[in-house]
Design a protein around this ligand. Structure first.
Ligand code: GLY
Length: 359
């Protein structure tokens, strides 16, 4: 039996994140530990489906599950009401009941779509996450955030629903294009800046996602599990996980969702790190901290700037759900491994972004 890493997320209900090679071909047997025999509707996209759907279906069937599948066009552009409606109608036509289960097979978009459909269908049924990208493995498959985009912005309609299990097959990462791997590395660098100088050191040369992805994923998931256990509904501490995301989501929106999430978060993280250093919010040598963050991003193949102006970014960000009345909470690096929440008037957001905008 291969050497799996297991991380328990102690929410209500609790679940296990299993990380290791060969998990998709054994997913049926692994899920039987927590999921009784039932119907499983696999939700996947047009890139991942042809690669892994057959393997997953065979394994689930061999373990006794009845399997159906819904495939939608790959890409953030599908993360909308139309796709959600298609999935919900499919679940109804397949007569899934509250005893049944969805499986999200793919990256962040598949996870969001399956998770939100599971939260809505029959007012909530179970789902499991089978992440196939580094981004979904290190971040989005864990923690129960599910959402779709609206015209006004990213993730504006959604629900919190924890998965029943997460099976993260590290073999899937071997065939990912470097650009897609870098997307996930952006969230890993974010996690390291938030929590762990040692993890950050391991990411500084840009090679960790290639050398030991299982260790990287386990490190990120262990940190996120603790945050989610303490603040599942993002009332306080969990807001820290949005480091780089205020500007990142604005970049995605300004680009019509053509800039991938991780690339947008990388530029957002670089901008807020420079702004924080230049405004004296970072402790000690802020310029050095910002430069280390930008260097790690660059060596990973990620951007540290954006073509969209501070005005356009601030306007896009202010449609974001994290705004509360006349103020907005931003996350600022204090040092590598420690960040702080800062509430600023919405009128100052353009100034903050402008301060960090120049590389
Ligand atoms: N991706 C940030 C969170 O799950 O809170």
């Amino acid at each position: 039996m291969p050497d799996y890493k297991e991380i328990r997320v102690n929410t209500l209900p609790a679940y296990t994140v299993t990380i290791g090679p060969g998990l998709l071909k054994n997913c049926g047997g692994l899920l039987r530990k927590t999921l009784p025999v039932c119907r499983v509707a696999v939700v996947t996209d047009s890139i991942v489906g042809p690669l892994y759907l057959e393997t997953v279906t065979e394994s689930l069937k061999a373990a006794g599950y009845t399997v159906s599948a819904y495939e939608f066009p790959a890409g953030e552009g599908s993360k909308n009401l139309e796709t959600l409606s298609g999935i919900l109608e499919f679940l109804a036509s397949e007569r899934l009941t509250r005893s049944d289960c969805l499986a999200a097979l793919g990256g962040g978009v598949a996870g969001d779509m399956a998770g939100f459909a599971a939260a809505c269908y029959l007012r909530g049924i179970r789902y499991v996450q089978l992440p196939t990208t580094l981004l979904s493995a290190v971040d989005s498959s864990v923690g129960g955030k599910t959402a779709i985009d609206l015209k006004a912005g990213k993730n504006l309609a959604g629900a919190f629903l924890q998965p029943a299990a997460v099976l993260c097959d590290t073999d899937c990462l071997k065939t990912l294009p470097l650009e897609v791997l870098a997307d996930g590395a952006a969230e890993a660098i974010k996690t390291a800046v938030l929590s762990d100088p040692g993890l950050f050191n391991s990411l500084e040369d840009g090679m960790a996602p290639l050398l030991d992805p299982a260790a990287l994923i386990a490190g990120c998931v262990a940190y996120k599990a603790g945050v989610v256990e303490r603040d599942e509904r993002e009332q306080g501490e969990r807001k820290l996980l949005n480091l780089g995301h205020t500007v990142g989501h604005a970049i995605e929106k300004c680009s019509g969702y053509t800039v991938p999430h991780g690339h947008a978060v990388a530029a957002g993280l670089a901008i807020i790190a420079r702004a924080s250093a230049r405004l004296g919010w970072t402790s000690g040598n802020g310029a050095r901290t910002a430069e280390r963050i930008c260097s790690a991003l660059r060596l990973t193949g990620l951007p540290v700037s954006t073509e969209y102006t501070p005005e356009a970014l601030a306007e896009a960000a202010l449609a974001d759900k994290k705004r509360a009345g006349d103020s907005i909470t931003i996350v600022v690096p204090k040092e590598i491994g420690a960040c702080a929440l800062m509430e600023i008037p919405v009128s100052e957001l353009r100034f903050v972004i402008g301060t960090g905008w120049e590389a």
